[in-house]
Design a protein around this ligand. Structure first.
Ligand code: AN0
Ligand code: CP
Length: 318
């Protein structure tokens, strides 16, 4: 595997989930695969889970791992070609990327949507420059339009907790004080559309996601109707995708918060969220603390999704 940016990069999804569950049974079985290989993780944005779980995954595979926080101690990077660099940016990304590539074997990149220019975001300008100019396999650690390590971990978690062969999975928008990217909901939809689940998306009018990710999923604007009979409730906030409101907050309607009253509409559903989560905006204290909340095992599976992807990349090096 040379790139990991979306569900298609995994090929046969069932096989990928089986491989992940095998890795989970013995996460040190491939300790020699990464010997003398270096994983570089580049962060343009903050992280708790991705940083730790991906580093842990690399270490499980015997790799050396390095982390660079672009905004803390590195030179400020210019990303546009043709700019006269007389401002505060000391280095161009077109030099920085091949230099970073020269020190490692595999690169993970976190570069969120900037909400300044929809085309730049949806063309994955930063991530694609890493793919093009680093000379190394590159995986997304949440880029502008996707968070495929999260969605893969989500699918592994659903596989572990499902009580029927084809569970109903409902992804619901919920309110949040800040504008958040569409990366997590995009990737979750990307994966659920390929998985053996009944997938429903619910959000207020105006929060429609890119049809490229929604594809054949059912979109139900009435949250209560959507939640009826759900086996998994996947909550997430995102800012508007559709023009002319790209990147804007259109609603903070607290009637969309996932509470125990909302969960009572479901088939005793499990509650999921990628974290970090704002309590009593996205989800009430009692729901996230309930036995039906699987946010911690979900986060723990980030180590497994990352390890599966890095293992496949290491195998492609040899
Ligand atoms: C980010 C987002 O919504 O994309 C990261 C989630 C994994 N969340 C925040 O910035 C709070
Ligand atoms: N879910 C997730 O990616 O969390 P972090 O932003 O803390 O890495």
């Amino acid at each position: 595997m040379r790139t990991y940016t979306n569900v298609k990069d995994l090929g046969d999804l069932k096989a990928a989930v089986s491989e992940a569950l095998e890795i989970k049974k013995n996460r040190f079985a491939y300790k020699s695969l990464g010997e003398n290989k270096t994983l570089l993780m580049v962060f343009f944005n903050s992280s708790l889970r991705t940083r730790l779980s991906t580093q842990k995954a690399g270490m499980n595979l015997g790799m050396n791992t390095m982390v660079l926080d672009i905004n803390q101690g590195a030179w400020k990077l210019e990303t546009e070609r043709g700019v006269i660099m007389d401002g505060d940016k000391s280095e161009h990304i077109l030099e920085a990327i091949p230099v970073m590539g020269s020190y490692c074997d595999i690169i993970g990149v976190r570069a969120f949507a900037q909400f300044e220019n929809k085309e730049d975001d949806y063309q994955e300008k930063i991530l694609n420059q890493f793919i093009q100019y680093s000379g190394k396999p590159v995986f997304s650690m949440e880029a502008a339009t996707g968070h495929p390590l999260q969605a893969f971990a989500d699918l592994i978690t659903i596989e572990e907790y499902k009580r029927t062969s084809r569970p109903k999975v409902v992804m619901t928008w919920a309110p949040h004080p800040k504008a958040l990217p569409q990366a997590v909901p995009n990737s979750f939809a990307d994966f659920m559309n390929e998985a053996d689940v009944d997938f429903v998306i619910t959000h207020p009018q105006g929060y429609e996601l890119d049809p490229k990710f929604v594809r054949g999923a059912v979109v139900e604007y009435d949250q209560d109707k959507a939640l009826a009979g759900a086996d998994f409730v996947y909550a997430k906030n995102w800012a508007a995708y559709a023009d002319p409101n790209y990147g804007k907050i259109l609603s903070k309607d607290m009637s969309w918060t996932i509470t125990s009253q909302k969960m009572a509409l479901t088939n005793n559903a499990y509650f999921m969220h990628c974290l970090p989560v704002r309590r009593n905006m996205i989800v009430s204290d009692d729901v996230i603390e309930s036995p039906q909340s699987i946010v911690i095992p979900e986060a723990a599976n980030r180590e497994i999704s990352a390890q599966t992807v890095i293992k496949r990349m290491l195998e492609s090096l040899t």
